[in-house]
Design a protein around this ligand. Structure first.
Ligand SMILES: [Zn+2]
Ligand SMILES: [Zn+2]
Length: 276
């Protein structure tokens, strides 16, 4: 078990593993779980949440500011769980507006996202957040949800963006910076952030280990193919996706190439999962 560091660490020499170390500190009771993959990169997720809605939150601790990427389902407070009262600004970046990524976004003051979904962050319409799927999934928050939580009452809190970002914009944490990359296809406003120095990509739902979803309102297979070509051209060592464990840059390229090959073979039927 790795000794944990409580202050921000930015050791450029530290290896970034894809397996990580389970962090045994309890987050807000036992609702959230977390794994640290690097001294300054932590994955936080909700193990009890239904697998369809179990997204990753990433905490990146910088010298002058922290970056939090994606915000879970919103079953219980993420800011309480993060407990980031460390005298630094916290920048909150949503990779896209889907329900499993924006549940607790409203808890943050500085909210970044792509302009093409800005109107949805303001109103959180079911059509684009897919929140209605939570209301019809009795075990959306697991077999034993927190007291008082009922799937049929589920509502996303509006979280208007305070800063609209576009491809090429820079998010500066003092000792490291990230470039915003627009990765449309899964949704129109899907973005990732790239640390070019350390070759790290936080990719949201544009790519991860698993079947990629391209049949939602706002999805575009043609855009997705373009995004895959762009990912294949990127110099990336580790990819921290919107779901599951990190993957290597090589694995990312294989998944991207597989998507393109499927589509070019005529399999252009967009895919959405059935929830069961
Ligand atoms: Zn999504
Ligand atoms: Zn997702």
């Amino acid at each position: 078990m790795t000794r944990l560091v409580d202050k921000a660490v930015s050791d450029q020499r530290s290896p970034t593993s894809q397996s990580g170390e389970r962090d045994t500190r309890t987050l807000s009771g036992t609702w959230f779980d977390r794994t640290r993959y690097h001294p300054a990169i932590t994955r936080i997720w909700e193990p009890r949440v239904h697998r369809m809605f179990r997204g990753n939150t990433w905490l990146i601790e910088g010298r002058d500011a922290d970056l939090v990427i994606d915000f879970g389902l919103g079953v219980t407070s993420l800011t309480n769980a993060l407990d980031r009262d460390v005298g630094k600004p916290v920048i909150a970046l949503a990779t896209h507006v889907h329900v499993d990524h924006v549940g607790c976004l409203h808890e943050f003051e500085d909210r970044l996202g792509h302009g093409s979904e800005a109107a949805y962050f303001q109103r959180m319409p079911d059509e684009f957040t897919l929140a209605h799927l939570v209301r019809t999934t009795p075990d959306a928050a697991g077999e034993e949800p927190p007291a008082g939580w009922k799937c049929e009452d589920f509502e996303l809190r509006p979280a208007p963006l305070t800063r609209i970002v576009a491809d090429g914009d820079v998010i500066d944490l003092g000792d490291t910076f990230f470039r915003v990359v627009h990765l449309p296809g899964h949704s129109a406003g899907s973005i990732g952030v790239l640390d070019e120095a350390r070759k790290l990509l936080f990719s949201g739902d544009a790519i991860y280990e698993g079947r990629l979803l391209d049949g939602f309102p706002g999805s575009s297979v043609d855009d997705y193919v373009g995004t895959m070509r762009r990912l294949i051209s990127m110099n990336v060592e580790t990819v921290f996706g919107g779901h599951g464990e990190p993957i290597s840059g090589g694995r990312m390229k294989a998944i991207a190439a597989g998507y393109i090959a499927d589509r070019e073979a005529g399999g252009r039927e967009p895919f959405v999962p059935s929830i069961a």
